[in-house]
Write a protein that binds this ligand. Structure first.
Ligand SMILES: [Fe+2]
Length: 136
């Protein structure tokens, strides 16, 4: 709505209103960027919550006497997922971490050592290979 307001202000030759509406427009663009980043980070939380659901399912199955076993870690670095021990963020090499400049298809070992968890900021050393748990 601000571009239209600014256009009307220009038609009215109202300098103060033009400045105000253009400032509001710039602020709205900044806020949109912040919301896009937040939406992306909430998307990353999906993997974490799925991991937690898997852990609770495993605990429930153990209580019910169902045996579980860890799924063998992938031997293919191109598909091996890694998990942050601090927040449970899962790095998936097929997705990479584009916001941090890590292209899809980047194996974990190829990520620079100064990379950090996009959710909690933990160092790369905090990550361990992710092994999904399956019912035995
Ligand atoms: Fe993390």
């Amino acid at each position: 709505m601000y571009p239209g307001f600014a256009e009307q202000a220009r038609a009215d030759r109202d300098g103060k209103a033009i400045v105000e509406f253009e400032a509001q427009q710039a602020e709205s663009r900044e806020h949109a960027g912040i919301f896009r980043k937040a939406a992306h980070n909430f998307g990353l939380l999906t993997h974490i919550e799925n991991h937690h659901a898997q852990q609770y399912t495993e605990a429930l199955q153990a209580l019910e006497g169902v045996k579980t076993s860890p799924k063998a870690a992938s031997s293919d670095p191109a598909t091996q997922k890694w998990i942050c021990r601090q927040c449970s963020m899962i790095y998936d090499p097929t997705e990479g971490d584009p916001d941090s400049g890590i292209a899809p298809g980047t194996p974990f070992a190829a990520i620079p050592e100064d990379w950090h968890c996009p959710i909690c900021g933990a160092s790369k050393k905090t990550f361990v290979p992710y092994e999904e748990v399956v019912a035995a």
